[in-house]
Each structure stands twice: as C-alpha cells, then as structure tokens.
Ligand binder design. Structure first.
Ligand code: ADP
Length: 257
C-alpha cells in the first residue's frame, strides 16, 4: 500500500522545472510532510499523485498501481484531498459539502439528483461530529463558517470514502496559528485512526517538526532532505533555514541537488 515516486520529473511548457528526479517511498500509514518554500514544487508533487499533473519522466505508483489516465477512475476514490482554500461550495450546506466527498463512488445521475444512499448520509453526519462540528452546523451554509470550521468541513469531506491516501495541499496556509495547530492535529488524528497515508505540503518548519513522521524537503523541485523531524532538528536551525530557503547543507540526510 505504499506510495512511490520513481525518478519523477516535471517540466512545464515554458521551461520551468517543477520536479527534478524525485524519488521516495512512503509506507502505509505514514504522515509525510512535503516542506518547502513557495514555488519549490510541492503542489506539483501532490498533483502527480491524483493525476492532475502528468510527470514528463519517471512514474508514480499508489498501492502498486501506476497513476495514469487508465487507472485514475480506480485510484481517485482511494485518495482524499484537503485544499488550502478549502474548495468547498460556499452557498451549500455543511452536510452537502461533506457528502460531496462520496461523488467518486456515486453515479453521476444519482449525484445530480442528490440521491445519496442512507449509509453515506449517516457517514457524513458521523464525520461532521468527528471533526468537531455539531448538529447545529449540518444545514448551515459553509460561507457562514469561520476558516477553521470550513477546513473541518474539508477534512470531513476528504475522509468520506475512507481513503487509503490523503493529500493535503498547504491545509493551514490561510488559518491563524492556533487554528493551524488544531487543524493539523485533526488531520493527523483522523488519518492515524484509519491507518491512512498522508502527504501534506507545508511551508512552516515548526508545524512540520511537530506533526510529521517524516519530512521531505523540496528546493527548486529537488529533494534536499528526507528524514524524521529529529534529524532535521539536529542539523541546526540555521541549516534548516538554509535547507529550505537557499543552499543545501552537508548532513548525511541531505541529498545534494
Ligand atoms: P509550490 O506548491 O511549492 O508553491 P508549485 O508546484 O506550485 O510549487 O510550482 C513549482 C514551480 O512550477 C514554480 O516555479 C511554479 O511557478 C511553476 N509552475 C506551476 N504551475 C505551472 C504552470 N502551469 N505553468 C508553468 N509553471 C508552473
């Protein structure tokens, strides 16, 4: 059930290299943070997992299945997504937004008619409670919720189909520091409870150190560090900043570009 990047490269038509020879394997159940500055290639890396970006070289395999046009229909229901800007339907209710997480498993006709099976509706209610929202929130429009509450809705939606893999793209970038801690803890808790594998992109070192089982730092599309938070810490804060912000450093965990 591991998630594997095998020499993945991605160059955009304008010549920008977003990923360069990226290789790593994330074992089942690991909470792996992809750390890097803006533009480092984090979103592109996540998008290669759910097929929104296609590598120019190398391949990505999810639980032994290569991500490709022919396998996406099969893979997508197994991959939950949590977005930076929540990606919810603001005018729709909390319940509607959460149950939309089941769309990959429901026929288009039924979905258009809003005909979700009872089990899915019950599942949505249970998840909404799980992420700390009450019954009073079920029919509230998402637009009326705080940012932190909206991301709770996003998390509930991501777990609707009990995904084996969760991709979280800067899930706390638009939240205040206290709410960020709560949301990171919630994503980690929900994933660990289910044994789901997480790839979570972040630009904040402190959050990565606190919540990751493993940190994979990207700089200009290359992996410049891959190891546990402790190893990143022992390389020294100045070096960490170098690692993420400018030059790679020379600790054994650091991979030279
Ligand atoms: P991050 O998520 O770390 O901010 P991205 O993966 O979004 O990084 O971007 C990596 C690099 O690829 C950046 O230099 C960005 O400008 C570039 N990039 C992203 N999308 C495109 C695109 N559609 N066309 C050209 N360049 C792109």
């Amino acid at each position: 059930m591991s998630l594997v990047f095998d020499h993945v490269g991605k160059r955009f038509p304008d010549g920008t290299v977003a990923l360069a020879d990226v290789s790593f394997e994330v074992p089942a159940g690991q909470f792996c943070v992809i750390l890097g500055r803006s533009g480092a290639g984090k979103s592109t890396l996540l998008r290669c997992v759910n097929g929104l970006a296609t590598p120019g070289s190398g391949k990505v395999t999810v639980g032994g299945v290569e991500v490709a046009a022919a396998t996406l229909r099969r893979l997508r229901p197994r991959i939950g997504m949590i977005h930076q800007s929540f990606n919810l339907v603001p005018r729709a209710s909390v319940a509607t937004n959460v149950i939309a997480g089941a769309l990959p498993a429901v026929s288009t006709g039924r979905a258009l008619l809003g005909l979700f099976p009872r089990t899915l509706r019950q599942k949505a209610c249970a998840l909404i409670a799980d992420v700390g929202l009450g019954e009073a929130h079920l029919q509230r429009r998402v637009a009326s919720l705080s940012g932190g509450q909206q991301q709770r809705v996003g998390i509930a939606r991501a777990f609707m189909l009990e995904p084996d893999y969760v991709l979280a793209d800067e899930p706390v970038a638009s939240l205040d520091p206290q709410t960020s801690l709560e949301i990171m803890a919630l994503i980690r808790r929900e994933a660990k409870q289910r044994g789901a594998t997480v790839l979570c992109s972040l630009h904040q070192i402190d959050l990565a150190m606190r919540f990751a089982d493993r940190i994979l730092a990207l700089r200009e599309g290359r992996v410049v560090f891959d190891g546990p938070p402790k190893a990143l810490a022992s390389s020294g804060l100045g070096q960490i900043y170098d690692l993420v912000r400018s030059e790679p450093c020379s600790s054994p965990q650091v991979m030279h570009a």
